[in-house]
Write a protein that binds this ligand. Sequence first.
Ligand code: FMN
Length: 225
Amino acid sequence: MLKTGMKRHLAAFTVLTLLSLFPFISCEKADPDNSGSGDQENTENTQQSEDNTDPGKILIVYYSYTGHCDEIVTALSSNLEKADKLRIREVEEGVDYNANNYKLGSDLINAIKKAPGQASSYPAIKSVEKKTGDYETIIVVTPLWHSQMAAIMQTYLFQNGAAMKGKNIGLVVSSASSGISGVESDAKRLIPDGKFYGPSLWINNSNRSNRQSLVKEWLEKNKIK
Ligand SMILES: Cc1cc2nc3c(=O)[nH]c(=O)nc-3n(C[C@H](O)[C@H](O)[C@H](O)COP(=O)(O)O)c2cc1C
């Protein structure tokens, strides 16, 4: 009799123990290796790139010293008739950045490199009227100087880049021949919370004559219209 009682207690204890373990067992099955949170991250990334496809109101902001970026902006504008344009100009007019083997341009870039967080490192620009807050998409068109973004455009973005948080950002770079990764890094430093379109558009001396079709292709690829 006593033996049967002990057996019943033992059976009840075993059942209770198994029931108490069930929630942990079922949780592990529902989310093995925390893969659930990984999926969520992927969804968020996809969402971000989908957001990037609706351009809304567009501003083309540019600087041009010898006229190449100006030509690129003409090509952009012929595809984006409703886009507004904003040309950035230095306060000091008639500066010869090419003199002494590009020394002045190089001095300006080096000053920024030395202290990128200080306003006094950037050359002065004329004040502008258009506000980036009025636009959903901003296309930055800039020359490359000494493998970096031209100093004048850096000034504009130093002053306005933080206000471009969450905006769609397109980057178009004009150089003679140098690659544009330094300019892309500058853009990301100066517009830290911008949603950049995939590859930037790089126009250089060897493809410059095709700029009209290159611009059209780039706009279509990024669904900017
Ligand atoms: C100060 C200065 C520095 C430059 N440095 C480079 C360079 O390092 N590599 C390069 O390929 N082109 C360089 N260039 C050439 C320009 O990037 C190129 O001509 C560009 O298309 C100019 O655009 P813009 O005519 O709109 O000013 C430099 C031009 C200037 C004025």
